[in-house]
Design a protein around this ligand. Structure first.
Ligand code: ADP
Length: 825
């Protein structure tokens, strides 16, 4: 089918597609058009990766907008939202406005009302519905990308409920659901009252097989020799692909394995680079190092210089996109990735190696084989249309039996059916409250009626189950004051309380809110007692005694807590400076410390189910047990007994996570933090973002409930900006950030008011002579004349402030030794 023959398409779209080289629709695309996707019909398209699903969505959205409507594209991951928006922006030339909604969960995104096409994650859409975004009822077309993810235990229910709500708000809504090939696409189509396009057509041949011995055996029985010669299989396969001018994507099961594999495989790629490629890779590596001054960044740059890379969720977003772009441009020859890369990001390669087909799963009690669907999605990344003659996806076996098992389990197997995960308590807790709070149901029967429109209801053969779980969840919500129930004849009226409304709008799990309410109430009740305890404590309570806080109180001369192998940030900093650790700020110091302390509040939000806590590694249990008793007076709640294993363990994990946040708020360098907690820079940002959101919610809850919100706000701001108290004012200025704020402060510019008045040469000196940055900052702080023309940097200021801080991690060369980071005067 020629794009010009597609009914309902707005003017200009067909010729635009021709210019992009799309002369003919792919068969599944043509089938979707036949099913009415451009004339307002709902369609489920279950087709393999890279078979042009996005174009199906675009055709639907553009034709819907052309009919006077508005379209929404729901993506499964935040990282994909921006990617899709950029992709859709090419339609702006034809007059379609595109917007992406990523920001905070508690805003209603009113500005999006003027956009024709909006891209957002399902969580964001859910929150927009909860916050009554004014444009939601104008939607005429909704696309759900990767709809098979309704099967995901954590995130699936949100997508499922969101689609049900959108269809309820607008009964004529066109729904276009894009799915990988799954066993039961017909059930999804039934649920959505949609036509079905179910196809395994691919634009480029895919050969799947297993490498064993010295050859790959493919699904059609053919073989390809790839000699291993006593080496490992993966390097042999990567070298073999490269010798034919192709690139390889290697899927492994952990971040550490991704990094280790890249380190080994760059020896293979390095040997096969041209001089020009080497020069380009050097440039790219420098750019990568400029993203952040962390060890991960340096490791990535090191392998990239040699033509390989690793890719996982611990990388900063900038790292990820640099790697993806260079792989697409065929500059990076081999990427070792965790399965996150298989979900959505468009990075095709000649050969895909699924090296690890098992992953550690605690609840399974060991290594668990991956789902067929997941492995097929990884395999589907093989083959770049127009560039490769075919794609090859290979699993690895080291013995004959495993080879057979892999054929049975993955190569010949059909993907599992998609099953709704809605009837789980955690999912229903949050969605039932939101359904009541945002007015979708006012009674128990209304609620059950709403649930009847979900995929779960169409799939279950135990219709009573959802009702039973719903009642249990309603009990919980009532007991914790999120809603009230009142008998009304045969029915029960449901009404969200003030707290319930707040929690729903803030997008909190009600259980997180209950934990926060409890913690704040505990603080309120125990304030006087804990203040006394804390006032009696020195800066860093020490003494390795784990018996009681009393023994801590009496230990006035406490200096180091090294016995447990743990040293607080402030101490570490002072140590490195060659100084003893003395009083260094109100947050950790003696008598005037606030209560609750930032650590207490960080620990509180880290205990909630909305925060992914850090794992305890070997030795951590002892370290944090000790830390827990030392700082018990700061924690908002009773420490669980050491004998209740899982509670105590969770408490310590929360403490470890809270300590990471405290380090961040104490201006400890990012690379120190990543090293100490064994995480990537992306994780630090993730924890900081989540904590900022949860503390913002805690601040609102504290205000609503009449608790003191000031300490919560301060703790939130400090973690948001990653600074100590005294920098809060400065760090809030756009483009300043934690490192620059510290340098300005050291140069005597302590507030925004100072910055508006300060001598420009001092400002420029503190900002290391960076004129453009200095001007932008002065402009942002509202200085009358921000121009730095004819201003000379005060070199003495540069030197002085450099000794107080380190490189700001953005390739800002010339930073001095980080050892003196803590020289806070
Ligand atoms: P999916 O979403 O199914 O994984 P994409 O939509 O990303 O796949 O499509 C993969 C590639 O195929 C894109 O680069 C896209 O431009 C290209 N493509 C899509 N449809 C056609 C077509 N009809 N003809 C040629 N190329 C196409």
């Amino acid at each position: 089918m020629n794009p010009a023959d597609v009914p309902g398409l707005p003017e200009g779209v067909a010729s635009h597609l021709h210019e992009e080289g799309i002369e003919e629709l792919y068969p599944p695309q043509a089938a979707a058009v036949d099913a009415g996707v451009t004339t307002g019909e709902s369609v489920v398209a279950a087709v393999p990766t890279a078979s042009g699903k996005t174009l199906v969505a675009e055709l639907a959205m553009l034709s819907s907008v052309a009919r006077g409507g508005k379209a929404l594209y729901i993506v499964p991951l935040r990282a994909l939202a921006t990617e899709k928006k950029t992709e859709f922006e090419r339609w702006e030339a034809l007059g379609f406005d595109v917007g992406v909604s990523t920001g905070n969960y508690d805003s209603s995104g009113e500005w999006l009302a003027s956009r024709d096409i909006i891209v957002a994650t399902s969580e964001k859409v859910d929150s927009l519905v909860r916050n009554d975004a004014p444009w939601v009822d104008q939607l005429t077309c909704v696309v759900a990308d990767e709809v098979h993810l309704v099967d995901d235990r954590n995130r699936g229910p949100t997508l499922e409920v969101t689609l049900a709500k959108l269809r309820r708000i607008n009964p004529d809504l066109q729904v276009v659901a894009l799915s990988a090939t799954v066993g039961n696409a017909d059930e999804i189509a039934d649920w959505l009252d949609a036509g079905l396009v179910d196809s395994d057509w691919r634009p480029i041949d895919l050969r799947t097989g297993v490498h064993y011995g010295n050859a790959i055996t493919f699904d059609d029985g053919s073989q390809r020799e790839v000699e291993v010669g006593g080496k490992r299989q993966t390097p042999a396969l990567v070298g073999d692909t490269l010798d034919e001018g192709g690139s390889t994507l290697v899927f492994v099961n952990s971040r550490r394995n991704a990094e280790a594999a890249a380190k080994r495989l760059c020896e293979v790629t390095a040997k096969r680079l041209t001089d020009g490629e080497r020069a380009d890779l050097r440039e790219l590596a420098d750019e990568i190092e400029g993203v952040s001054g962390t060890e991960t960044s340096a490791d990535l740059a090191r392998v990239v210089r040699q033509g390989a890379a690793f890719h996982h969720a611990g990388l900063a977003a900038e790292h990820r996109s640099l790697v993806e772009d260079a792989f697409r441009a065929r500059l990076i020859k081999c990427v070792c990735a965790t399965p996150t890369l298989a979900a959505g990001v468009n990075t095709p390669s000649r050969r895909v190696i699924v090296r690890d087909w098992q992953r550690y799963d605690g609840s399974y009690g060991g290594m668990k084989p991956l789902d067929v669907l997941e492995v097929h999605q990884m395999m589907g990344r093989a083959g770049r249309p127009g560039l490769d003659p075919y794609g090859e996806a290979v699993l690895l076996a080291t013995d004959y039996d495993t080879r057979d098992e892999l054929f049975e389990r993955y190569v010949w197997a059909d993907p599992e059916p998609v099953r709704s995960k809605l009837a789980a308590e955690p999912a229903l807790r949050t969605h039932l409250l939101a359904t009541v709070a945002s007015g979708f149901a006012h009674t128990r029967s209304g609620l059950l009626d709403f649930l009847d429109r979900t995929l779960y209801a169409t799939q279950t053969d135990d219709p009573g189950r959802l009702e039973r779980v719903a009642d249990t969840v309603l009990d919980y919500l009532e007991a914790n004051d999120f809603l009230t129930r009142e008998r009304d004849g045969d029915d029960v009226r449901l009404k969200a309380t003030g707290l319930g409304h707040t929690v729903s709008r803030l997008y909190l799990d009600p259980m997180s809110a209950a934990e926060i309410v409890d913690g704040l109430a505990w603080a309120d009740e125990h304030e006087a007692e804990m203040h006394r305890k804390l006032d009696g404590t020195t800066t860093r309570a020490s003494g390795s005694s784990a018996e009681s806080t009393e023994s801590v109180e009496s230990d006035e001369s406490a200096g180091s807590a090294e016995a447990g192998g743990f040293r607080p940030a402030s101490e570490m900093v002072a140590d490195a400076d060659g100084d003893t650790a003395d009083d260094d700020g109100p947050d950790t110091a003696g008598t005037d410390r606030t209560y609750p302390t930032p650590l207490g509040l960080y620990h509180l939000v880290c205990r909630t189910p909305d925060m992914y806590q850090l794992y305890l590694k070997s030795g951590d249990r002892e370290t944090y047990t000790e830390e827990c008793y030392e700082r018990e007076a700061e924690l908002l709640g009773r420490t669980p007994s050491e004998y209740s294993d899982s509670d105590f363990e969770a408490w310590l994990s929360a403490l470890k996570t809270a300590r990471l946040l405290e380090d961040w708020a104490n201006e400890v360098d990012e690379d120190r933090i990543t090293e100490r907690y064994g995480v990537g820079p992306g994780d630090v940002r993730g924890k900081v973002d989540t904590a900022t959101w949860l503390l913002g919610a805690a601040e609102r809850i504290a205000g609503d409930r009449g608790f003191d919100a000031v300490a919560v706000r301060e703790a939130k701001k400090r973690v948001e900006y990653g600074v100590r108290d005294e920098l809060l004012d400065l760090a809030g200025v756009r483009n300043v950030g934690r490192k620059r704020a510290r340098r300005l402060y050291e140069a005597g510019i302590e507030t925004r008011a100072d910055l508006r008045e300060a001598d420009k040469s001092v400002v420029l000196g503190a900002l290391r002579g960076r004129r453009k940055t200095a001007e932008t900052i002065l402009e942002n702080v509202g200085r009358q004349e921000p121009s730095m023309d004819a201003v000379d940097a005060d070199e003495s200021v540069t030197a002085e402030t450099a000794s107080a801080t380190r490189d700001d991690g953005r390739g800002d060369a010339g930073g001095s030794d980080q050892a003196s980071l803590g020289d806070f005067g």
